[in-house]
Ligand binder design. Sequence first.
Ligand SMILES: Nc1nc2c(c(=O)[nH]1)N[C@H]1C(S)=C(S)[C@@H](COP(=O)(O)OP(=O)(O)OC[C@H]3O[C@@H](n4cnc5c(N)ncnc54)[C@H](O)[C@@H]3O)O[C@H]1N2
Ligand code: MOO
Length: 404
Amino acid sequence: MSMLSVDEALERILSSVMPTGTETVPIAEAGNRILAEPVIARLNQPPFDCSAMDGYALIAPEPVTYPFTAEIIGESAAGMHFTGTLHPGQAVRIFTGAPLPDGADTVVIQENTARTGNQVTILDGVSKGRHIRRAGLDFTMGEMLVETGTRLDARHLALTAASGNATVTVAKRPRIAILATGNELVLPGTPPGPDQIIASNNYAIGAIVRSAGGIADDQGILHDNLDMITTAIDAAIARGSDIIVTSGGASVGDHDYVAAALKANQVEIGFWKIAMRPGKPLMYGRKTISGRVVHFLGLPGNPVSSFICSLVFLRPLIATLTGLKQTVTPQPAILGVDMPTNGERRDFVRVKLESDATGRLVATPFPVQDSSMLTALARSDAILIRRENAPAARAGDDCEIVPL
Ligand SMILES: Nc1nc2c(c(=O)[nH]1)N[C@H]1C(S)=C(S)[C@@H](COP(=O)(O)OP(=O)(O)OC[C@H]3O[C@@H](n4cnc5c(N)ncnc54)[C@H](O)[C@@H]3O)O[C@H]1N2
Ligand code: MOO
C-alpha cells in the first residue's frame, strides 16, 4: 500500500483548521502579531500644511530676482503656530514640521538667506510650493493603512500609532503544548547517565512555534509510560492547547506509546506514516471538544525528523490558525553532485549553498544525512527537496531548495 504523500498530509491537516479568534492589544505589544482587522486612519497626516525645512516662510515673488529682502514678522515652530497672516514682502521664521502661516506659499531654507535684525535677505532657492508638506500628504482620515493578515513589524506599528490608533485587533496566538517522550532523555544541564542522552527537540520545536507566532508551552520530558503520556495529553487538552506536539515514541517499537495514549484520549488519528524522509512515522490526529478543535502532531524522535516535520507541518498549521495562508515556495538552484533516483518518499536533504561564477546557487548535500545528526542540520544553508520518484540527476541539473 502506498504511503500518504506530504502534500496530501498537509492538506488533511489544514482542511479542518478553525482560526483561533481575535483580541485587541496595545500597539506596544503587537509586534510580530497577525492583524485581524485593518488599521484605518483616524486623522490626516500631516494634520496641517507644514514646513519640511528650517528657514523662512514667504510668498514667492513672481518673477523672482535675487537678492531680495523681506521683513520678519514672527515665528512658527513645531507645536506653536504663527497666528497672523503673511503678506508680500514679509517672512515668518519657520522650523521643520511647523505649521505654514496663512498666506505663505513657499519656504526658503536658511542656508539661502542672510539675516540682519528683522530683515532677511533671500539669496536663492525660492519657488512656489517648495519645502511644503501638504495636509494629508502621508495619509487621510478613513484611509486603510495596514491590511488584515499583515504580520506587524516596526514600520506597521509606527504607522498605526501615527494614525491615531492606540490598539490593534490581532489573531489570538495559538497555544502549543510540547511534550518530549523517552526514558533515555534528560534536560540540558543534567549530566546524562549511562544509556541517557540530552533532550534537544523541545528547543527546536519551541523556537519554530514562537517564530510562527504561537505560544510554546514546553512540558519537558515524559517517560515511555502509557499512563504518564495519556495523562499529559489529557492535561494539555484541559489547558486549552490548540496543538499538542509530542516528539519520540511515534514508531512501532515496544516502548512507543504515543498512538495508544491518543486512543486513550479519544483523539481521532488522521494519519500515521507518510512518504517523507526524514519524518516517515509522523502521526496526526484531532479531537473536537465543545466545538473547539485540538490538533495533535506526533513527531518522530530523531532530531532532524522532528525539525523537518515542524517546518513542513507545524509551522503552516500555526499560520493557518492565525488566519494566514502560508505556503513555502521552493527556490531554484543547481545540484553540486549527482543524485540517484528517488523512491516514493519526498526527501528533505540538508545542503550547503555556494554561488558559481554566473551567480547561480549550487546546492551540495552533506555526505551523511542521518536523521540523528544535528551538526549537519545546524551547518546547512538550505533544505534540498527531492520529489517523490524523482529520476536520477546530474551535477549542474536544476533542483529546488528551501533556504533556512
Ligand atoms: N522497525 C522500524 N523501526 C523504525 C522505523 C520503522 O519504520 N520501522 N522508523 C524509523 C524512523 S524513520 C524514525 S524517524 C524513528 C522514529 O522513532 P520514534 O518517533 O519512536 O522515536 P524514538 O524511538 O523515541 O527516538 C528516536 C531517536 O531520537 C532520539 N530522541 C527522542 N526524543 C528526543 C528528544 N526530545 N531530543 C533529542 N533526541 C530525541 C532518541 O533517543 C532516539 O535516538 O524510528 C525508526 N525506527
Ligand atoms: O524518517 Mo526517520 O524520520 O528517517 O529518521
